[in-house]
Design a protein around this ligand. Structure first.
Ligand SMILES: [Fe+2]
Length: 310
């Protein structure tokens, strides 16, 4: 990773190629992303009223706070307006809705000063989404709901784009996770005992990089990018939205980021919905996605990067 492209106007194929090469793309707010942020704010404000969502952590006992999030987050995920906003964003940013599939959006919260960082407000350790059964062609979309600062943002760890880390992904199976761990996130208030793929060797997290975009500004990155939640010391809870997309041409052609260290099993392929009519990815295209591609040697890594999407 060596570049951040801001408001770059390119074909969707070219953008995906840049992302699969480890670059970041940032876009100014679009009409639909602003609508999305507005919708998320209205839901959060209704859930926390009379408190301000960014500072409600200072007014509420943590159990009550977790209970509010446990109701708010699924509501947001499944609201039809959320899907409409995503479809609008995809259109406005040049994606072909026939070929682009997205999963339901998540609302994330990162509270300040270790108030709540487990379960429903999990503070993400350094990870790649590809450790969690995302295909190598997955693209992550991230947008802040309220203004963010480096003290409460999400961080990238660029040196690990091409460098593998010993990690626990070989023990992660997506179907198994869904069966056992996803349902009851809100019960983990003090400690999170769910088994997640984590780094298993010391990492050098610095230099790390945060992208500070305004609310509704959109950050795009490959699912293979190493990223984490910055320990929040800002005094305000960070609220953000993220969702993921795949392009069916990439799925068929098996294009995507090189795999340096993801060894999980299972696939999130069943989660994505077509941009036009919310149809699922055809089952016959799943085969081969139940395991990640073989790990790339440094030489193969170079060769993979040299491949163009055309
Ligand atoms: Fe992630």
């Amino acid at each position: 990773m060596n570049a951040i492209y801001v408001d770059i106007s390119l074909s969707d194929e070219k953008k995906r190629e840049l992302l699969f090469h480890g670059q970041l793309l940032v876009y100014s707010p679009t009409p639909s992303s602003l609508k999305f942020v507005e919708f998320a704010r209205s839901m959060a404000e209704a859930a926390f009223q009379p408190h301000d969502p960014e500072t409600a952590q200072y007014e509420l006992p943590v159990e009550r706070y977790a209970a509010i999030l446990a109701e708010l987050k699924p509501k947001f995920i499944h609201a039809p307006q959320s899907k409409e906003c995503i479809q609008g964003m995809l259109r406005e940013l040049g994606c072909d809705l026939e070929k682009t599939y997205f999963d339901v959006p998540r609302m994330r919260s990162s509270t300040s000063d270790d108030y709540l960082k487990t379960g429903i407000a999990y503070a993400f350790h350094p990870h790649r989404d590809t450790w969690y059964s995302a295909p190598m062609c997955q693209i992550n979309w991230w947008l802040p709901i309220y203004p963010v600062v480096p003290e409460n943002a999400m961080a990238f760890h660029p040196r690990y784009w091409c460098q593998g880390v010993r990690n626990g992904s070989a023990e992660y199976n997506y179907a198994e996770w869904n069966r056992t761990s996803r349902q009851n996130a809100a019960q983990f208030i003090k400690e999170d005992t769910r088994k997640q793929p984590k780094p298993e060797e010391p990492m050098e997290l610095d230099p790390q990089m945060c992208v500070i975009a305004p609310p509704g500004g959109v950050l795009l990155f490959s699912a293979a990018q190493m990223h984490s939640s910055v320990p929040n010391t800002s005094g305000r809870t960070r609220f953000s939205i993220d969702f993921r997309t795949i392009n069916i041409d990439d799925v068929i052609a098996r294009r995507g980021a090189p795999n340096v260290d993801s060894e999980c099993t299972g696939t999130t392929m069943g989660d994505y919905l077509r941009g036009t009519d919310l149809a699922h990815v055809p089952k016959e295209l799943f085969s081969g996605y139940e395991v990640q591609p073989p790990l790339a040697t440094p030489k193969e890594f170079e060769a993979l990067l040299a491949r163009s999407l055309g």
